[in-house]
Design a protein around this ligand. Structure first.
Ligand code: GAR
Length: 201
C-alpha cells in the first residue's frame, strides 16, 4: 500500500501531533507524518517534530500584513511537503476560503467538543456551564465555516461530578489522542483503496 504523506499543522503544545507520530510508528503505515508546519515560534509542537526527525516549517502569522498573505505563505510551505493529507491538530488560526478550497477533501481538523455543539473556543468551560452530562471531541473535514465541515468521527466522554475545566479537558484530550490517529488511518486506507493499482509502486 502506498504510504500516505501527512502534513500536520499545529500552534502549541503538540500532544495530538505526538499521538499521531506514535500511532504511525506503532502501526508502521499506511501513513507517516512527513512534515509539521507551525505558526508560533517556540511552540512545543516544533520540538516534538524535531525529536522524531520530522521536517518542520515555521510560518509566523505575526509577520504577515493580511490573512491572505499568511494563507498564501502557509500553502507554499504545505505544498513543499507534497502531502496527501493535511491535519490540523491544535492549529489555532482561522483559514480563508481560498486556502480551504485548495485542500478540499484532503484536510481534517480535531476539535474538542461534540460538534455541532460548541464550535470555537473554551469548549470545556461552556459545556460545564451548560451542565451537560456528555462531552467529547470531533474529527471533521475542514470547510469554510469554522468548525463546520462534515463530521468524520466523534468520541464521547462523561462529564463527572466535581469536574472542572482542567479535569474535563484532560479526559477529552485522552479521547482526542485515540480518535485522531484512527480517523487518519481510515482516511488513508480509503484513499489507498481508491487509487489505481500501479499508484505508489
Ligand atoms: C486540542 O484540544 C485540540 O482539539 C484543540 O486544541 C488542542 C491542542 O492541543 N483544537 C481546537 O480547539 C481547534 N478548534 P495539542 O497542541 O496538545 O494537540
Amino acid at each position: 500500500m502506498a504510504l500516505a504523506r501527512v502534513t500536520v499543522l499545529a500552534s502549541g503544545r503538540g500532544s495530538n501531533l505526538a499521538a499521531l507520530i506514535a500511532a504511525a510508528e506503532r502501526a508502521a503505515g499506511p501513513w507517516a507524518v512527513t512534515h509539521v508546519v507551525c505558526n508560533r515560534p517556540g511552540a512545543r509542537a516544533l520540538v516534538v517534530a524535531t525529536e522524531h526527525g520530522i521536517a518542520t516549517t515555521l510560518v509566523d502569522h505575526t509577520t504577515y500584513a493580511s490573512r491572505a498573505d499568511f494563507d498564501a505563505a502557509l500553502a507554499t510551505a504545505i505544498d513543499r511537503g507534497e502531502p496527501d493529507l493535511v491535519v490540523l491538530a491544535g492549529f489555532m488560526r482561522v483559514l480563508g476560503d481560498a486556502f480551504v478550497a485548495r485542500y478540499a477533501g484532503r484536510m481534517l481538523n480535531i476539535h474538542p467538543s461534540l460538534l455541532p455543539a460548541y464550535p470555537g473556543l473554551h469548549t470545556h468551560r461552556r459545556a460545564l456551564a451548560d451542565g451537560v452530562t456528555e462531552h467529547g471531541c470531533t474529527v471533521h473535514a475542514v470547510s469554510a465555516a469554522v468548525d463546520g465541515g462534515a463530521i468524520v468521527d466523534q468520541a464521547r466522554v462523561p462529564v463527572l461530578p466535581g469536574d472542572d475545566e482542567a479535569t474535563l479537558a484532560a479526559r477529552v484530550l485522552e479521547a482526542e489522542h485515540r480518535l485522531l490517529p484512527s480517523a487518519v488511518t481510515r482516511w488513508c486506507i480509503a484513499r489507498a483503496r481508491s487509487l489505481p493499482p500501479e499508484a505508489g509502486r
